[in-house]
Design a protein around this ligand. Structure first.
Ligand SMILES: Nc1ncnc2c1ncn2[C@@H]1O[C@H](COP(=O)(O)OP(=O)(O)OP(=O)(O)O)[C@@H](O)[C@H]1O
Length: 332
């Protein structure tokens, strides 16, 4: 049985302009200790999906479908049970570490807190374990620095502290939502390498949300590409990279900056980055057919008629496009 099984997850949001469906029936599963990348442009529903798994959706949202963790369904679970689950079985690392940390509390106390609440450790035991966690995530001179406040740490160190907090209760699933977006390139690579080590060392499953295909390629075994609230392509990461079948996935690859060792100094000499033409359609006015049709170079009339069904390309590789063969032979 997979650790996590998400079936027909839908998230509708009440807005001043009426209800909009931001996540439109997505399905995926993740085995214990597995790694899954969730990729897509801003606004496609990645963060809402992650928040649904944590039971932390905004108040104006309505969720349906099912999110099974082992044999428990998180959809409809009461807040107390969800609270037990968060931190204990599922933990999350957010994009902006400063927003996840309390500026007024010492970092050692913040890492120790979940150990006291969820695992009932005494103060001294919790501090000892918090110290070990801070050392493990690479905070140098951790015994002294655990008495410091978040603003005394760099962005990368703060994210390491958030990772230590997330790990505190030994979760089975770690969700990392763009965990390195706010950091410099070099620090990004270090944090991603740390996450990969921890996931392997603790046999923890990882749901890694990113807008960067290279990050997903390097760190996940399975991937989902989201667009307009639906999954447009999914499968084993290597297979999806070897045979990209959705024009949007190809577009993401083409739009990715290629960074060399001297990326910043050479940037001015490089040709402008190709982007995916057009913009993400608004959730209020998604077209009746394929959500990507308005930006796709391969569109035919039928693409505008109805949302494309998921085609199974074999080996678990699925695509929501009625003519994936049209792309064969086209360089990404
Ligand atoms: N509380 C809310 N009320 C109304 N609309 C919302 C709310 N939260 C998110 N949305 C909208 O839902 C859509 C999906 O948002 P989501 O944050 O999941 O996107 P995302 O893919 O994670 O993008 P990003 O990388 O920018 O966070 C967006 O159009 C967003 O504007």
């Amino acid at each position: 049985m997979p650790l996590l099984t998400v079936t027909n997850l839908r998230i509708a949001l009440a807005t001043p302009h009426g209800s909009v469906e931001a996540v439109r029936g997505i399905d995926f599963s993740l085995p214990a200790g597995g790694t899954l990348g969730l990729i897509g442009e801003s606004g496609c529903g990645k963060s809402l999906t992650a928040l649904a798994l944590m039971g932390l959706l905004p108040e104006n949202s309505q969720v349906s479908g099912s999110i099974r963790l082992g044999d428990e369904d998180l959809v409809g679970m009461d807040e107390r049970a969800l609270c037990q689950l968060r931190g204990n079985r599922i933990a999350m690392v957010f994009q902006e570490p400063m927003a996840a940390l309390n500026p007024l509390h010492r970092v050692g106390d913040q890492v120790a807190e979940p150990l006291r609440i969820h695992r009932g450790l005494r103060r001294n035991e919790a501090r000892k374990e918090a110290l070990a966690l801070l050392e493990r995530v690479g905070i140098a001179d951790a015994a002294r620095r655990m008495g410091g406040y978040p603003h005394e740490f760099s962005g990368g160190q703060r994210q390491r502290i958030c990772i230590a907090m997330a790990l505190a209760c030994g979760p089975e699933l770690l969700i990392a939502d763009e965990p390195t977006t706010a950091l410099d390139t070099e620090v990004q690579a270090q944090i991603l390498a740390l996450l990969a080590e921890l996931v392997a060392e603790r046999s923890m499953a990882l749901l890694l949300i990113s807008h960067d295909l290279a990050v997903v390629a390097q760190h996940t075994a399975q991937m989902l590409v989201m667009y307009g609230g639906t999954v447009v392509e999914s499968g084993a990461t290597q297979e999806v990279f070897a045979r990209m079948a959705h024009p949007y996935t190809r577009g993401l690859l083409a739009a990715r900056p290629v960074l060399g060792n001297h990326a910043s100094t050479r940037a001015a000499l490089r040709p402008p980055l190709p982007t995916i033409a057009g913009s993400v359609p608004s959730l209020q006015s998604l077209p009746p057919g394929c959500p990507f049709a308005g930006r796709c170079a391969f569109t035919i009339d039928a693409c505008h008629a109805a949302p494309p069904p998921a085609l199974d390309l074999g080996g678990g590789h699925r695509v929501r496009c009625i003519r994936p063969e049209a792309m064969a032979g086209h360089a990404p």
